[in-house]
Design a binder for this molecule. Structure first.
Ligand code: GLU
Length: 456
């Protein structure tokens, strides 16, 4: 995918090679004393793909299939992702080769703290160096352990909170980070559906209203993407999880499905829906928008020809293989690529990092001022026109923006601007959105080297 985009640029080969390679990789192995007293060796990695900007940024995943190549590839995706959404970071990624379900909470804590210690020892973590975040298998709890370990090992008093993002709000996290990736997916899809011209090519109406959506994976990203798309008027017709999938042409109530799964342990058997025992069959359902929000490699050359969706929104990282990508483009499917679409997480991580360095909650300085200016404007209108407004309406109209409002608005602005940039590049080069996104990213990273005159 990178090579395809390179052919649309005129950067020298050496520069493209420098942009492509992973700058540094730290592979570590350390012992874990398990709760039963036995010793196990844990394998872990941290990749820093590109230092064209500092810090490098990217999540840490806990998964059994983590390996060096995957961590390096995901780190490179972070470089391009940050460039596309104009987040001024290089790309990084970490991975620990464990199935988190096989470890107790205290074992997970020991693994996370030891991993942080190893990173610190080799200067692979720090507010201006490398800033981890949650990814597959990790959450705000692991980030709180990372911060605490970092704090206990350094005297970086002023900026230490910015050494990791995706933290709990009470530990310096920012409101809206947890749902940011899913919300960003929804903003990106809404923006893509805004173009009547693009929708016409797919035989669809403009807008997401009434579009049938199938989501694979009800984790943090899939759940929030589905939630916000439903709020925008889309109909959630299919949901896939490990245990199987469910389908209803009339639409599924997301919260009711989540409650049903909590009560019964499965999404199957949801009242009014049809069960699909083999989860992967849900990818082949008749729908307008398919959102793979689980792991990579879900749509391959084998199932791609049978996909019926008109739009694929890649909420997960790498859900469509390169072979499948070519087949789907040939079939006229619009793919909104991961490297753009799931960048909402790192975008709000950037806001969290800014908050930590500035030591002030977004909206703290402006909220009351905005509110009183709005009240003055409303009063002037009321005085001039004689219209009377109920007090609830006045307080709704005059409310100043708080942290969550500002984070969501910054995220929406970021996703919309980035989509417009990619669409422009796609038109200019007469290419698909993924290739356009990579061209856009490569050009932005190349600026760093070109401006130094290294590659004139
Ligand atoms: N793990 C997320 C991603 O792959 C978030 C990274 C971050 O916030 O730094 O984009």
């Amino acid at each position: 995918m990178f090579a395809k985009a390179c052919s649309h640029t005129d950067h020298p080969d050496g520069l493209l090679k420098q942009i492509k390679i992973c700058n540094s990789m730290y592979y570590m192995q350390f012992p874990l004393k398990r709760d039963d007293g036995s010793i196990e060796v844990i394998q872990a990695w941290r990749a820093e793909h590109s230092h064209h900007k500092h810090p490098v940024k990217g999540g840490i995943r806990y998964a059994e299939n983590v390996n060096e190549d995957e961590v390096a590839a995901l780190a490179s995706l972070m470089t391009y992702k940050c460039a596309i959404v104009n987040v001024p970071f290089g790309g990084g990624k970490g991975g620990i080769k464990i199935n988190r379900n096989n470890y107790s909470d205290s074992e997970l804590e020991r693994i996370t703290r030891r991993y942080t210690y190893e990173l610190l020892k080799k200067n692979f973590i720090g507010p201006g160096v490398d800033v981890p975040a949650p990814d597959y298998g990790t959450s705000s709890r692991e980030m709180a352990w990372i911060l605490d370990t970092y704090n206990s090992m350094t005297d970086d008093i002023l900026s230490s909170e910015a050494c990791v993002t995706g933290k709990p709000v009470r530990q310096g996290g920012v409101r809206g980070r947890n749902e940011a990736t899913g919300r960003g997916v929804a903003y990106g899809i809404v923006e893509a559906c805004c173009s009547a011209e693009d929708m016409k090519k797919l035989g669809l109406e403009r807008g997401v209203d009434g579009k049938r959506v199938v989501v694979q994976g009800l984790g943090n990203v899939g759940y929030h993407a589905a939630l916000y798309l439903a709020e925008e008027g889309a109909t959630l017709t299919g949901i896939a999880e490990y245990e199987g999938a469910i389908y209803s042409e009339k639409g599924l109530d997301l919260q009711a499905v989540v409650d049903h799964r909590r009560n019964t342990g499965s999404i199957l058997g949801f009242p009014g829906a049809t069960d699909i025992p083999r989860s992967s069959d849900a990818l082949l359902l008749e729908c307008d928008i398919l959102i793979p929000a689980a792991l990579e490699g879900q749509i391959t050359r084998d199932n791609a020809p049978h996909i019926k969706a008109k739009i694929i929104g890649e909420a997960a990282n790498g859900p469509v293989t390169a072979d499948a990508d070519a087949i789907l483009l040939e079939m006229g499917v619009m793919i909104i690529p991961d490297v753009y679409l799931n960048a909402g997480g790192v975008t709000v991580s950037y806001f969290e990092w800014l908050k930590n360095l500035s030591h002030v909650r977004f909206g703290r300085m402006s909220k009351r001022f905005e509110q009183s200016s709005n009240e003055r404007i409303i009063k002037a209108i009321v005085d001039a026109t004689g219209i009377t407004l109920p007090p609830e309406q006045i307080s709704m109209l005059s409310r100043g923006a708080d942290e969550l409002d500002l984070v969501n608005s910054g995220l929406e602005e970021t996703m919309i601007t980035a989509y417009k940039e990619i669409r422009e590049v796609a038109k200019e080069h007469n290419t698909d959105l993924r290739t356009a996104a990579f061209i856009n990213a490569i050009d932005k990273v190349a600026v760093y080297y070109n401006d130094m005159g290294i590659f004139p």
